[in-house]
Design a protein around this ligand. Structure first.
Ligand SMILES: [Zn+2]
Length: 360
């Protein structure tokens, strides 16, 4: 009962304290707060049980080694509802007595299903993403989708529709302006030292996941292995379903060690008025500003204004604040120390966006 009250208090604090980063439009503050609240409530409805999900793929057992917490619950435990008002009750009823529920992190494979909006636009979705749910005493009930960019074998030879309404792309990028279809998942660049981008986004994502779990967040991990068969649309739809924000980690293909920036929603009226961009672009831009500010606070160099306008598949299908962040380029250092520093900065930015820990 004490726990339940604590959860409710935390949920209220979280909902009330969402703030905007300095350079974000002030008018979006209330909308963001309301959206975060409502998306927290809707997660429960679309949760699948671990049992159901495991029925589809038995190769997922290897991911259990990637969990940061030492007291991981048995993955056969049903997914705990994300609704913060009932989560404590559900734990009391379903968790085995020898596991202290407030100290556990559960993990559940989650698959794309037909009932998810925009799922039919995905061409590659045979693998699961992993939902880590935090039941520790510092849990804040917020789920962040951490998307290690690239890493879908064969993804570069499949095409998906750029926009849900079929209109052409309004900017260039890896697919040129005017195209109506794009690569389902690009293979990514190669660093000047010969390391593939996808081999750097992966450890960066795992480090960020560990930081987020320590800080009390839930995490939806899109990819935890070299390859995951989930295209950019599937990744986005899963984030829409299970997370309150989506951050995709990338490094750019230039060679100037140019610093970090985020892909900003293009200033094109027809694009900003297209659903679901119409409902998310302000929040995405605000989230991007927060991430870049956090990286700057952590001492990362920032490229020019910290953003470049880009029409991305990820943005075009996102129903939650969603950012492709470029953390450097082919010439940039990607040592473990740097990836730790990047994760620290991203965590500061995420905390600022959600008003956690006195940031923002
Ligand atoms: Zn990339």
């Amino acid at each position: 009962m004490k726990k339940k009250i604590l959860f409710m208090i935390l949920a209220c604090i979280t909902a009330l304290s969402i703030t905007s980063c300095e350079s974000a439009p002030a008018t979006t503050e209330n909308e963001t707060s309301a959206a975060a609240e409502s998306s927290i409530e809707t997660v429960t409805d679309e949760s699948v049980t671990a049992q159901e999900a495991l029925g589809n793929d038995s190769s997922l057992s290897d991911v259990s080694t990637a969990v940061a917490d030492t007291s991981v619950a048995d993955s056969s435990t049903s997914a705990v509802p994300a609704d913060t008002s009932t989560a404590a009750e559900a734990q009391d009823a379903s968790v085995a007595p020898e596991i202290a529920p407030q100290e556990t992190i559960t993990q559940t494979p989650v698959y794309l299903t037909d009932d998810m909006e925009f799922a039919s636009f995905s061409q590659i979705h045979s693998d699961a993403a992993i939902l880590y749910e935090n039941h520790k005493s510092n849990s804040n009930g917020i789920t962040i989708c951490v998307n290690a960019g690239h890493g879908t074998n064969g993804g570069e030879s499949v095409r998906t529709q750029c926009h849900p309404d079929g209109t052409p792309k309004v900017t260039g990028g890896s697919t040129s302006e005017g195209s109506t279809t794009a690569t389902a998942v690009a293979s990514g660049m190669t660093f000047l030292d010969g390391t593939e981008e996808r081999a750097v986004t992966l450890p960066a994502a795992i480090i960020l996941k560990d930081r987020l779990l320590d800080a009390g967040y839930n995490v939806l991990m899109i990819r935890e292995t070299e390859d995951v068969q989930l295209d950019n649309i599937a990744r986005t739809v899963l984030a829409n379903t299970y997370a309150q924000a989506h951050v995709a980690l990338h490094w750019d293909s230039t060679e100037s060690d140019k610093g970090a920036y985020y892909m900003k929603v293009p200033s094109v009226d027809s694009y900003k008025s297209m659903y679901p961009v119409s409902e998310t672009w302000e929040k995405s831009d605000q989230f991007g500003e927060c991430l870049v500010q956090g990286l700057g606070q952590a001492g990362r160099s920032i490229f020019e204004s910290g953003s470049i306008e880009m029409d991305l598949t990820q943005t075009s299908y996102s129903k939650v604040p969603s950012i492709d962040i470029e953390l450097g380029d082919r010439a940039s250092d990607h040592s473990d120390e740097t990836l730790q520093n990047i994760a620290e900065g991203l965590l500061m930015g995420i905390n600022a966006y959600f008003g956690i820990g006195g940031q923002g």
